[in-house]
Ligand binder design. Structure first.
Ligand SMILES: Cc1cc2nc3c(=O)[nH]c(=O)nc-3n(C[C@H](O)[C@H](O)[C@H](O)COP(=O)(O)OP(=O)(O)OC[C@H]3O[C@@H](n4cnc5c(N)ncnc54)[C@H](O)[C@@H]3O)c2cc1C
Length: 400
C-alpha cells in the first residue's frame, strides 16, 4: 500500500516474536505498526465496541511530524490536513478583539506541520495495521501474569493471550498500569482543570468559513472553529477544583454552566452537543519513575500523559512507538534491556513536555485579568515581523 511507506516498502522478516497491545488509540496502533515493521506478530485489544470517531483537533509538528513521516503516515494524513486558519480573539459577547491571519501562524510554525482530527491519525494507523494485526474490539484486560519468558493476559471474555511483550497503551486511566504497577492515584498529578472538545456542524458555528474564534478569560478558554463540513469543532478548558463533581454532572451541563454566558456561537455550539459525543475529562499528568516492569511496557498517555496543555501527547505517542520498535530491534531477545534503553532515550523529551505543559496552563486558563491582557499583548506582538521571527525560533527551540 503506497500510503504506508516503511511497512510497504520493506520486506518484513518474521521474528516469531508476539506482542499483545492493549488500546487501539494512537499509541497502541502506532506500536502495532512499528512492531510489525520489525517482524512481530501483534494482537490489539480495544475496549470500545468499534473504532472511535473523529475526536478533537491535534497539531503535529517538530518531532511528532517527523515520527509520522518515519511511520509512513504522511500520504494518508496530508489530504486530511486542515492547514492554517485565521484566528480571531473575541470578547465575551463575541465581538472581535484581534485577528491573526493564517499566514502569520504559518510563518511562525513552518511547513512541516499537520492539523488533523485525532480520529484521522487513528484511521491512518488502523488502515496500515488492520491487514496484518488481529484487532479485538469490545474486549478488555482482566489479569496479567508474567514469567521470565512470557506474559499471559486474561481478557474479559476469558481468553488467554500469551506473548513476549505486553504494551499497555490504554490511555491516562490505564488498566494495565493498575494491574502491573499501582492505582492511578499513585501517579496522577491533577492540574486542576477540565477540558472538553467535540465536532460541530460547520453551518451552525455563526462564523465565516476558515475562521476560528477564541475567547480567553480568567480561568477559562472557549474556541469555536468553522473549518468546513466534517472539520469544524469546539474546544473548552477551564479551571476547576473538583473534577469528580464536573464528571458526575456530565459534559453538556458542566460546559454550559462554565461557558453558557458567552456569545459568538459558543452557546449555540453547546446546544448542539449530544450525549456521549464529547471528549470531557480532567487534566492531569501521569508521572512515573519506571514505564516498564519485566515484559510489560506502558506507552503514550498510559505512561506519561503530558496533557492537552502540552499539545504534544499524540506526537509523543507516535515518537515513543517508533523508538520502541527501534530499541526492540537493536536488543534482540533481551526485551527488558531494550525497554530500559528505550526509556533512557525518551525520558528527557517527556520531562520537557510535562514541564512545558505546566507552564502553559496560563495560556488556556489565565489566573487573572492581568494575565489575560499579557497574553493578548503577546498575540498582538506576533504580528510584527521582527517578533514573528523570535516566536518562530522559540517554537523551533521547543521542538529540538
Ligand atoms: C482536546 C485535546 C487536544 C489535544 N491536542 C493535541 C495536539 O494538538 N497535539 C498532540 O500531539 N496531542 C494533543 N493532544 C493529546 C493527544 O490526543 C493524546 O496524548 C493522545 O491521543 C494519546 O493517545 P493514547 O493512544 O496514548 O491514548 P488514548 O487516545 O486515550 O487511547 C487509549 C485507547 O485505549 C482504549 N482503552 C482504554 N482502556 C482500555 C482497556 N481497559 N482495555 C482495552 N482498551 C482500553 C481506549 O478506548 C482508547 O482507544 C490533545 C488532547 C486533547 C484532550
Amino acid at each position: 500500500m503506497e500510503a504506508f511507506g516503511r511497512a510497504a516498502h520493506r520486506q518484513v522478516e518474521p521474528t516469531g516474536k508476539r506482542a499483545t497491545v492493549i488500546g487501539a488509540g494512537i499509541a497502541g496502533l502506532a506500536a502495532a505498526l512499528r512492531l510489525r515493521q520489525e517482524g512481530w506478530d501483534v494482537v490489539v485489544v480495544e475496549r470500545a465496541p468499534s473504532r472511535r470517531s473523529s475526536g478533537y483537533l491535534v497539531n503535529l509538528h517538530g518531532p511528532g511530524y517527523d515520527a509520522a513521516e518515519r511511520l509512513g503516515l504522511l500520504p494518508a494524513l496530508a489530504p486530511r490536513d486542515i492547514g492554517f486558519f485565521t484566528s480571531v480573539l473575541v470578547h465575551a459577547d463575541g465581538r472581535e478583539k484581534l485577528r491573526i491571519p493564517a499566514a502569520v501562524t504559518e510563518a511562525a510554525v513552518g511547513d512541516r506541520a499537520l492539523s488533523v482530527f485525532r480520529g484521522d491519525v487513528e484511521s491512518a494507523l488502523y488502515e496500515a495495521v488492520a491487514e496484518f494485526a488481529d484487532i479485538r474490539f469490545g474486549a478488555t484486560v482482566r489479569a496479567i501474569a508474567q514469567t521470565a519468558g512470557e506474559v499471559d493476559v486474561t481478557l474479559s471474555d476469558d481468553t488467554h493471550l500469551r506473548s513476549d511483550l505486553l504494551v499497555g497503551a490504554d490511555g491516562v486511566h490505564s488498566r494495565v498500569r493498575e494491574l502491573v504497577f499501582a492505582a492511578e492515584t499513585e501517579y496522577f498529578v491533577d492540574l486542576g482543570h477540565m477540558v472538553g472538545a467535540f465536532p460541530l456542524a460547520s453551518s451552525s458555528t455563526q462564523l465565516p468559513d476558515g475562521v476560528g474564534a477564541t475567547f480567553i478569560g480568567p480561568g477559562r478558554t472557549a474556541a469555536v472553529m468553522n473549518l468546513g463540513p466534517g472539520r469544524s469543532s469546539a474546544f473548552f478548558a477551564y479551571r476547576c477544583p473538583d473534577h469528580a463533581a464536573e464528571l458526575a454532572l456530565g459534559a453538556a451541563p458542566a460546559l454550559t454552566r462554565a461557558f453558557g454566558d458567552l456569545g459568538g456561537g459558543v452557546a449555540e455550539a453547546l446546544r448542539q452537543l449530544e450525549p456521549g459525543t464529547a471528549y470531557f475529562d480532567s487534566v492531569g499528568q501521569i508521572v512515573m519513575d519506571r514505564w516498564s516492569r519485566g515484559r510489560v511496557v506502558l506507552l503514550g498517555d498510559a505512561a506519561w500523559c503530558v496533557t492537552v496543555f502540552a499539545g504534544y501527547g499524540a506526537a509523543l505517542a507516535l515518537d515513543g512507538a517508533d523508538q520502541l520498535g527501534t530499541a526492540l530491534a537493536a536488543h534482540g531477545d533481551d526485551i527488558p534491556t531494550a525497554l530500559d534503553a528505550w526509556e533512557t532515550t525518551l525520558r528527557p523529551e517527556v520531562a520537557k513536555r510535562q514541564a512545558l505543559a505546566r507552564k502553559g496552563i496560563s495560556r488556556f486558563a489565565p489566573s487573572s485579568r492581568a494575565q489575560v491582557w499579557a497574553g493578548e499583548m503577546m498575540l498582538r506582538a506576533i504580528q510584527l515581523p521582527g517578533i514573528r521571527g523570535l516566536v518562530r525560533r522559540a517554537i523551533q527551540r521547543a521542538n529540538n
